[in-house]
Design a binder for this molecule. Structure first.
Ligand SMILES: Nc1nc2c(ncn2[C@@H]2O[C@H](COP(=O)(O)OP(=O)(O)OP(=O)(O)O)[C@@H](O)[C@H]2O)c(=O)[nH]1
Ligand SMILES: [Mg+2]
Ligand SMILES: [Zn+2]
Length: 333
C-alpha cells in the first residue's frame, strides 16, 4: 500500500488544529487566551452548543449562567476558567479562555484528540468486578495520565459484590500497581466501605472520575458528597456493560474537594500518543530508559536490552511488559 504523504502546508494545518483544540494556539487565538486574573467564571458543564458557567464574581459567586461561546475560542471544557459577560437576561457569552494549567482527554473514534476537562489534579481511574476490568484499559489510562503529568489514583469499586475468591483474583491483578507506586483504593459506593480513606486522598484537589460505563463513577460521586447529584442507572441486563448514563463531564463542589463526573467509555484509544510516550507512561520502565545497547531497541529480543534484563531480574513485572507490547502493537493497527 502506498502511503500518501502530507504536504508541509497540510501538516502545519493539522498541527494548528490540534493546538487550537487544546487551547494552546499562540497565533490565531491570542486574543482568546487571557491571564487568569481576568477570569470571572468556570465552566462546570458542556453541552453541544452551550456551556454552563459558574460565576466567580464576588457579588454573585456560584450563580450558573448558560452561555454560548465566541467563535474564535477553542472548544471549551469542564474546568476551564473563562471571561464571560451577561446579556442581562440570564444568558451569557464566553469571551475568552484563561490559560489551561493542564487537561485530560482522549481521541474521538475518528482519532481526533478531545479534551474532556481542564485544570485538574487527580485522575481517578474507577473499575469494578462488573463490568469486567481489563488491565490493558487501566494501562492505557495510566499512559494518557502520565503524558499529561497528572496524578493517577486507582479505585476498585463494588467491593460489596466480591466473594473471597474474586477478591483474591482482583488483588493479584492490582498488586503490580501498588508496587510501582500508584495508590489503589478498594471501596463500595453501595455500603460506603473504604470511602474515608479515599476522601482523604482527594482533599483540596480537583479530581476527574473516569472509567468504563457502569463501574459506578456517578454512584461514587454521590456517596462522596452524601447527596444525589448525578444520575445512576443499572447495567444492561443482557451485557456486562453500563448504559452510558452520564453523557457530559460536570463539575461538582464538595466541602473538601471538587469532583468531575465524566461519561463512561467502552475503549480508550491512544491515537494521540506515540511509542516513546507509551514507554514513558510505564513509570517503572523509566530508570532503564536509554540503557539498551541499541538506541532504537524495540525491547523485544535485541541483545543488551535493559528492559528484558530488568524483566529477568524481577525488577519489572511480566504482566506490565506484555501490556506494553499490546499497546505498542495497537498503535500500528
Ligand atoms: N453493588 C454495588 N453496585 C454499585 C456500586 N456502585 C455502583 N453500583 C451500581 O452500578 C450501576 C452503575 O452505576 P453508575 O454510577 O451509573 O455508573 P457510571 O460509572 O457512572 O456509568 P456511566 O455514567 O454510564 O459511565 C448502578 O446500578 C449502581 O447502583 C457499588 O459499590 N456496589
Ligand atoms: Mg455516570
Ligand atoms: Zn530494549
Amino acid at each position: 500500500m502506498i502511503k500518501r504523504r502530507l504536504s508541509k502546508h497540510q501538516l502545519a494545518r493539522i498541527s494548528q488544529n490540534q493546538r487550537r483544540e487544546l487551547g494552546q494556539d499562540g497565533a490565531d487565538s491570542a486574543d482568546a487566551q487571557t491571564s487568569l486574573e481576568k477570569c470571572n467564571g468556570r465552566i462546570i458543564s458542556h453541552y453541544g452548543q452551550h456551556v454552563d458557567v459558574e460565576s466567580l464574581i464576588t457579588e454573585d459567586e456560584g450563580r450558573i449562567i448558560r452561555c454560548t461561546q465566541r467563535s474564535n475560542l477553542p472548544r471549551l471544557v469542564t474546568g476551564d476558567l473563562v471571561v464571560w459577560s451577561d446579556d442581562g437576561a440570564d444568558r451569557g457569552v464566553v469571551l475568552a479562555l484563561g490559560q489551561r494549567r493542564n487537561f485530560f482527554g482522549r481521541p474521538s473514534p475518528e482519532g481526533q484528540f478531545k479534551a474532556m476537562a481542564a485544570n485538574i489534579d487527580i485522575v481517578l481511574v474507577v473499575f469494578a468486578s462488573s463490568p469486567t476490568p481489563h488491565v490493558s484499559l487501566i494501562d492505557r489510562y495510566l499512559v494518557a495520565i502520565e503524558q499529561q503529568h497528572l496524578t493517577a489514583v486507582l479505585v476498585l469499586n463494588k467491593l460489596d459484590l466480591l466473594n473471597q475468591e474474586e477478591l483474591i483474583k482482583l488483588d493479584y491483578m492490582l498488586s503490580p500497581y501498588g508496587e510501582i507506586g500508584y495508590p489503589v483504593y478498594k471501596v463500595s459506593a453501595e455500603d460506603g466501605r473504604g470511602m474515608n480513606k479515599l476522601e482523604q486522598a482527594l482533599a483540596n484537589q480537583t479530581t476527574i472520575l473516569v472509567g468504563q460505563s457502569g463501574v459506578g463513577k456517578s454512584s461514587l460521586l454521590n456517596k462522596l458528597s452524601s447527596g444525589k447529584h448525578a444520575n445512576v442507572a443499572p447495567l444492561s441486563e443482557t451485557w456486562d456493560r453500563g448504559t452510558h448514563t452520564t453523557t457530559t463531564s460536570s463539575l461538582y463542589h464538595m466541602p473538601e474537594f471538587d469532583l468531575i463526573d465524566s461519561p463512561g467509555i467502552r475503549e480508550f484509544g491512544l491515537g494521540h500518543i506515540d511509542g516513546q510516550q507509551v514507554f514513558e507512561g510505564f513509570i517503572e520502565f523509566r530508570p532503564f530508559a536509554g540503557s539498551c545497547k541499541f538506541r532504537d531497541c524495540s525491547h523485544r529480543q535485541e541483545p543488551g536490552c535493559a528492559i528484558q534484563a530488568a524483566l529477568e531480574a524481577g525488577q519489572i513485572g511480566v504482566e506490565r511488559v506484555d501490556s506494553y507490547f499490546r499497546i505498542i502493537d495497537s498503535l500500528n493497527e
